[in-house]
Write a protein that binds this ligand. Structure first.
Ligand code: HEM
Length: 436
């Protein structure tokens, strides 16, 4: 049988749909997914896309035939011009070399050393956590940022420098999203000086990190933090460390990949627990009086976070580009096609999940857990699986345990709106917070 590209939209309908999608990305994709049974094509003239929430195709692209699929220019070029060439923004041989170098630093036994720093940061944060009607999102955003900074640098990073890094990370994401959504305005961003302004902020952020690295090199002590790990890593073939600029690239990547994702997951977790008092009570009871290592392994807490990330995956979408002509099931995938992976859709697909839209952490418990590997991708999959996944889970359960032992949450007066940008952000998460 001759294979053809998946059904979908020809050129003019694609243009109309793209406009609709900028206004309502998730709704527009859900509508097309149900119309075309989970996989559809979009023809934008110069670019052809295949969007999918099909478990089989996603598995094929990320795992079984990953060699034929690279990250698209959105991550490598658009983000790369501000962050440099690091794990998230590189492809091919350079990416593999960096992954092999850095991966061991994120193994579970290595990140054990960071739990105490995470716990100390959480405890300090909770000391001043407000009660009453609270928008928890900006607070959790700041906490997640402080955790990444503290586990990277251990030493106290001055407030002004922290702020400079935080502003850069937030501004650059916002700018990149505008470039991606308005490709026709890229000339204007250049002409108006906006591009230059953001490149200057990137240079400023690099200067801050460079000075922290130089301070560390003069200081002879060991800190057992992520910076020590990056400075001590050696390439297998040459026995050489990374250059200073390479270390800066990787630090910027860890900063951007490792804080908003976590802040989103935690905010959605508290939102869901506020709406499900029985689940909140059970998680609180199951996680009383635990040692730190028991907290990290606690099943009830982990399941709350897993289920929250099923319903609200912080990385709600990703993409890859086909390097050569390919085919999957009945479909052909021509070289150059951008595959848009709609994790949000797969995680809520009623064909794959029973009672798909309900919040049920116990679906992840050992007794109920069916083989979810092929339908659950909060951290991606295959060789480009999130390198910080164990770190992120540990950090999130450490926070959740401390928080629910100290505070009770109920729904606030306003429901959050989803802002699907680079990550799946809530605009605000208003909750009623009381001490327990
Ligand atoms: C809830 C928290 C997090 C979520 C949901 C998340 C999700 C993801 C996903 C889905 C990817 C793969 C993207 C793709 O395939 O296109 C990824 C990659 C990555 N993540 Fe995370 N992440 C989280 C936290 C972290 C943390 C805490 C760090 C670092 C400390 C981190 C560092 C990275 C890096 C460096 C990559 C690129 C890996 C590579 O391509 O080799 N992430 N993350």
């Amino acid at each position: 049988m001759n294979k053809s590209i998946p059904p979908g939209y020809s050129f003019f309908p694609s243009m109309v749909r793209t406009y609709k999608q900028t206004k309502n990305p998730i709704g527009t994709m859900q509508e097309s997914m149900s119309r075309f049974n989970g996989t559809y094509s979009v023809n934008l003239g110069m670019m052809r896309m295949i969007a999918t929430q099909d478990a089989g195709l996603i598995e094929y692209v990320l795992k079984s035939n990953h060699r034929n699929y690279h990250k698209s220019p959105i991550q490598t070029e658009y983000l790369g011009k501000f962050l440099g060439k690091g794990l998230l923004t590189a492809n091919g041989d350079y990416w593999l070399k960096q992954r092999r170098l850095i991966q061991p630093g994120f193994h579970t036994e290595k990140i054990h050393a960071l739990y105490a720093t995470i716990k100390r940061t959480v405890d300090e944060f909770l000391l001043t956590f407000p009660t009453g009607d609270v928008d928890v999102y900006p607070l959790l955003h700041k906490l997640a940022f402080d955790i990444v900074i503290n586990t990277l640098f251990t030493v106290n990073v001055p407030a002004a420098q922290r702020q400079q890094l935080a502003t850069f990370i937030s501004d650059v994401q916002e700018y990149v999203m505008r470039e991606v959504r308005n490709p026709h305005k890229r000339w204007w961003f250049r002409l108006s000086g906006e591009l230059r302004e953001n490149l200057d902020k990137a240079a400023g952020a690099r200067d801050v990190i460079r000075s922290l690295i130089r301070q560390r090199k003069q200081d002879q002590g060991r800190h057992n933090d992520l910076l020590d790990m990056l400075l001590e890593a050696r390439y297998e073939e040459s026995g050489q460390p990374m250059t200073e600029e390479q270390v800066i690239d990787e630090i910027l990547i860890i900063l951007i990949a490792g804080h908003e994702t976590t802040a989103n997951a935690l905010s959605w977790s508290l939102y869901l627990l506020a709406h499900h008092p029985d689940e909140l009570r059970m998680a609180r009871e199951a996680s009383r009086s635990l040692e730190l290592h028991q907290v990290v392994g606690n099943e009830a807490l982990n399941n709350v976070i897993r289920e929250s990330m099923r319903l609200y995956p912080p990385a709600w979408i990703s993409d890859r580009v086909a390097l050569e002509n390919d085919a999957y099931a009945d479909f052909s995938i021509p070289k150059g096609t951008v595959i848009v992976i709609f994790y949000y859709g797969l995680h809520r697909d009623a064909h794959e999940w029973s009672d798909a839209l309900s919040f049920k952490p116990s679906r992840f418990s050992k007794e109920h857990n069916k083989d979810i590997k092929k339908i659950y991708y909060p951290f991606g999959a295959g060789p480009r699986l999130c390198i910080g996944n164990n770190f992120a889970m540990a950090e999130m359960v450490i926070f959740l345990q401390s928080f629910i032992q100290m505070f009770h949450v109920e729904p606030g007066n306003i429901e959050p709106n989803i802002k699907p940008l680079v990550t799946l952000r809530p605009d605000k998460v208003m909750l009623k917070v009381k001490t327990v």
